[in-house]
Design a binder for this molecule. Structure first.
Ligand SMILES: *[C@@H]1O[C@H](CO)[C@@H](O)[C@H](O)[C@H]1NC(C)=O
Ligand SMILES: *[C@@H]1O[C@H](CO)[C@@H](O)[C@H](O)[C@H]1NC(C)=O
Length: 507
């Protein structure tokens, strides 16, 4: 008995030494990168034959819908400074750099009647510069800057968008696929569909909630699947790449452990990301049952002759199911959800919020980022990865975005804390068998944060938007991330030598 106790004691102590160790290793082959998006960094908005996107039009509207009245006309000027961006990626030691292509730089009118050679040349320059520096290009085909000419025709709620998108993607595979082997079709369907067509927080500000976001959801899924199949059938053998989708996923936790709140939080997750993930990654395909049920029930109650959620036919379900080599997870934060009997008066009907049927809050103790929607909740990241593993038979996951916003400054200890806590949660999920192969910081550099303009900074590198040459300088978090990548481990006690940062005039 005494011996057994002793053995137990030794085992427990060993385990505690291990669990409290401040140094943890990432698995061999784990890949690190950083991300940007075309409209947020490139500038050059009307240079060299580029056509107008919905964001070019939005940022020139009067009065401006952008918080600080700014635009992406120049942004971080990556159109001219991309070699410096690649140098930064090299300084960080990134395995890959995730960037997006501006549709109207390639096809000024959105359609393939006119292909802009100078646009192709820009991305060839970027891709070749990355490869020269041994950094893999990770190309996002669509990151929100829809051609304005296509928006005039309805944009993502016109079913023809799936054909326009395939024609555009084909031009990218033909021109870049010999060197690009990592592809994301579409970035963040919810932000495209709900925020753009069900609300006014992203262009094109259609605000047709309860209807617009669901029509868009079906079209986005079909557009994605068509491009996946195009690659799979015609390019994969020659180009040997991987192609997936990046879905923004928020973890919704029940505000209490009542059955109602648990169900409510689950419904919130299904509406937030399940509506896009289920059709692609679940064994049976189709929209999640909770989403179909809620919308059908409310639609009937509201006098619609059929559900406001479009039906996916059996052949569409089969076509979409499995159409991704990996699950690209963009994730930043978590929320709390609860059911409330007085919901009926809280939201307009029909609406996306009314369809979900929960109230969404946050815990005031969670650290708050500069963006009002962004709280640091690392255990929510862990739960999210575990649920993806359980729901979709442990798919191959790439974290394609994760990061923290500040008001600025080089000594970003709160961003350092966020990255360390989220990477700790990621390591915990890896220990539980989650199949995560890579991690992408958002963002490489400060950039145009959509309706928030330049008031929220996400960069590992600061960009001085007041200097004519848009000077980039590493923040403390850049040195921390660089060491994680170099050592392939997370050392919570690592402190970089920061002379350069401390001495800089603008801290
Ligand atoms: C958007 O639509 C909702 C109703 O669904 C309405 O309450 C709100 O005022 C609209 N917002 C704008 C900016 O038009
Ligand atoms: C295709 O990619 C795999 C791994 O990504 C690699 O092992 C293989 O050598 C590649 N084949 C060609 C023809 O490039």
């Amino acid at each position: 008995m005494a011996r057994t106790l002793l053995v137990c004691f030794v085992l427990i102590s060993l385990e505690c030494i291990w669990c409290k160790s401040s140094i943890r290793r990432f698995p061999d082959g784990f890949q690190f990168g950083a991300s940007t998006a075309a409209y947020q960094v490139e500038g050059g908005w009307s240079e060299d034959g580029k056509g107008l996107s919905i964001w070019d039009v939005a940022t020139h509207m009067q009065p401006s819908p952008i918080k600080d009245g700014s635009s992406g006309d120049i942004a971080a000027n990556s159109y001219h400074l991309y070699k410096r961006d690649v140098e930064i990626a090299k300084e960080l030691g990134l395995d890959f750099y995730r960037f997006s292509v501006s549709w109207t730089r390639i096809l000024p009118n959105g359609l393939t009647n006119k292909i802009n050679k100078l646009g192709i040349a820009y991305y060839n320059g970027l891709i070749d510069e990355l490869l020269r520096n041994n950094i893999k290009p990770f190309l996002t085909i669509y990151h929100w800057d829809l051609p304005y000419e296509l928006q005039k025709l309805g944009g993502w709620v016109n079913p023809l968008v799936t054909e326009w998108f395939v024609d555009y993607a084909k031009v990218l595979f033909d021109n870049f696929g010999d060197r690009v082997q990592l592809w994301v079709t579409i970035n963040e369907p919810k932000q495209i569909c709900y925020e753009g067509y069900g609300d006014v927080s992203k262009a094109p500000f259609i605000n047709a909630t309860g209807i617009g976001e669901y029509i868009c959801a079906k079209n986005v899924l079909l557009a994605h699947a068509k491009v996946y199949h195009l690659y799979n059938d015609h390019y994969r053998q020659l180009q040997n790449g991987s192609i997936g989708i990046s879905i923004s996923c928020t973890w919704f936790d029940p505000a209490s452990d009542t059955f109602d709140d648990q169900q409510g939080a689950r419904d919130a997750r299904r509406f937030d990301w399940g509506i896009y993930a289920h059709p692609i990654f679940s064994k049976d395909g189709d929209f999640p049952i909770e989403v179909k049920r809620n919308i059908a029930y409310k639609s009937a109650e509201q006098g619609y002759s059929k559900s406001r959620l479009p039906v996916l036919s059996n052949s569409e379900i089969t076509f979409i199911r499995g159409s991704s080599d990996f699950f690209g997870v963009n994730t930043y934060t978590s929320k709390l959800a609860y059911r409330d009997a007085s919901l009926d008066e809280m939201y307009p009907a029909p609406s996306y919020s009314d369809d979900i049927g929960v109230v969404i809050t946050k815990d005031p103790s969670w650290p708050q980022g500069q963006s009002n929607w962004l709280q640091e909740v690392p255990w929510g990241f862990y739960k999210l990865l575990m649920e993806i593993k359980d729901l979709y038979e442990n798919p191959l996951v790439f974290i394609t975005e994760n990061g923290w916003s500040t008001a600025g400054g080089l000594l970003d200890d709160d961003r350092v804390r966020y990255y360390r806590n989220y990477l700790t949660a990621l390591l915990d999920a890896l220990n539980q068998g989650c199949n995560v192969k890579g991690y992408t910081a958002w963002s490489l550099i400060d950039n145009f944060e959509w309706k928030q303009g330049y008031t929220e900074k996400f960069g590992l590198y600061q960009v001085d938007f007041t200097s004519p040459d848009l000077t980039r300088r590493p923040r403390k978090s850049a040195y921390i991330y660089k060491e994680i990548i170099r050592s392939k481990q997370l050392d919570l006690n690592f402190e970089p030598a920061l002379e350069e940062v401390y001495e800089s005039p603008d801290v």
